[in-house]
Design a protein around this ligand. Structure first.
Ligand code: LCS
Length: 393
């Protein structure tokens, strides 16, 4: 069935699913490392790309393929490449596009290890970088150099919740011949489609909203141009950071309820954000759905919903935040995000501890910032949990 013209929810459930010989309703787990060739000629043809068919699971596997094609359709891209983790996806993208002497322009407030990989590892091979506040396009314009080979955006960003105008930055970057890569993890394809906004490559930590059940780590990359998809796949294959069939099976199961989960979680998040904003012990709240968010108008143009990630700081900064995290009972004190369960964490000492304090502050990640990933529980229970914990601070 050609699902490309169907609606998002229909694609979520049906896109990419192959028909198997038994007519199974869901794509089975092809838990095999290798695939038999009917003849030496067929083996040679598959390796040469003259014949379709699977060879070896690091290169491709039907269960993984079903997920790749599903997410490619959800992102309106040519094809997808699944990876062992979100960081695997980041690594494949960097390795495919950056060579010695290349320069990268990126959002300052990105997931800590995405930045650390460039600053601590790729710099060893002569890759240069500028981390700027990409929510102001003038900073991107000023940062682009003749050797800039990639503009890498994370929007909304983790955890400062900065939003970048993907369309405007893509137009600017393309004038300089630079491809634009967007980490769409915080929004999910349900709320934002970077390729439709002009970006060239989009990727996810599927560990988060796409899988949504806090039981899998994984990544996926989707590109607009089929030739770029091939380049990314070739890099994934030689790096050996493929997804596993069992991982892919679980993620495919998660995708089917993506929009249901996202809709419920963002409804909760709006109520939690408004409650926090009105609380006298709360210093500030950053949620893209609040009118007080500096890019709220851009968010309404660029995204079809506000998602469920909230950052806030209590009066009393880090000490108060630590007290809060030690006193919540319903929210789990844990890193990660985007699952059905509510999580709370402290970026400065956890997810973004790899950045220097100066870089964090420049990126809007204060020491007192607490990140709250809202789940699909009853919102009254979440608010009651926060209320009793804040009362103890
Ligand atoms: N991109 C973003 C925006 C992320 O938040 C993460 C993980 C990654 C990429 C990497 O994905 P992974 O390899 O973990 O699948 N973010 C985490 C976080 O904020 N808490 O724990 C992990």
């Amino acid at each position: 069935m050609d699902t490309k013209k169907l609606g998002f929810n229909t694609k979520m459930v049906h896109a990419g699913a192959p028909k198997d010989m038994y007519g199974s309703a869901v794509t089975p787990i092809y838990q095999t490392s290798t695939f038999a060739f009917d003849s030496a000629q067929i083996g040679a043809d598959r390796f040469a790309g003259r014949a379709d068919g699977f060879i070896y699971t690091r290169i491709g596997n039907p269960t993984i393929r079903a997920l790749e094609q599903n997410i490619a359709e959800l992102e309106n891209g040519a094809d997808g490449v699944a990876t062992a983790s979100g960081m695997g996806a980041v690594t494949v993208v960097y390795m495919a596009l950056l060579s010695q002497g290349a320069h990268l322009v990126s959002t300052g407030s990105v997931y800590g290890p995405s930045r650390g990989l460039i600053e601590k590892q790729f710099s060893r091979f002569g890759v240069q970088y500028s981390y700027v506040d990409t929510s102001d396009i003038e900073n991107v314009r000023a940062a682009i150099r003749p050797n800039t080979k990639m503009v890498y955006l994370e929007s909304p960003s983790n955890p400062a919740m900065l939003v970048t105008d993907i369309r405007a930055v893509s137009e600017l970057a393309h004038q300089h011949g630079c491809p634009v890569v967007v980490d769409n993890t915080f929004a999910s394809p349900c709320l934002q489609k970077p390729l439709d906004l002009g970006a060239d490559i989009v990727f996810h930590s599927v560990t988060k909203f796409i899988n949504g059940h806090a039981d899998v780590v994984g990544g996926i990359i989707v590109a607009k141009d089929p030739a770029v998809c091939k380049q990314l796949r070739a890099m994934m294959v030689v790096l050996g950071c493929n997804m596993d069939p069992h991982q892919a099976f679980l993620v495919s199961r998660g995708v089917k309820t993506l929009s249901l989960r996202v809709e419920r979680a963002q409804e909760n998040a709006m109520k939690v954000a408004r409650w926090l904003e009105a609380h006298p012990k709360v210093e500030w709240v950053r949620y893209v759905g609040l009118e007080s968010h500096p890019q709220h108008e851009l968010v309404k143009r660029q995204m079809t919903g506000f998602g469920s990630m909230i950052s806030f700081e209590l009066n009393g900064g880090y000490e108060a935040g630590r007290n809060l995290m030690d006193n919540v009972h319903l929210a789990t004190l844990a890193v990660s995000l985007g699952g059905v369960e509510t999580l709370i964490e402290h970026p400065a000492s956890m997810t973004h501890a790899s950045m220097s304090q100066a870089d964090r502050l420049e990126a809007g990640i204060t020491d007192g910032l607490v990140r709250y990933s809202v789940g699909i529980e009853d919102v009254e229970d979440l608010i009651a949990d926060l209320e009793q914990a804040i009362a103890k601070v």
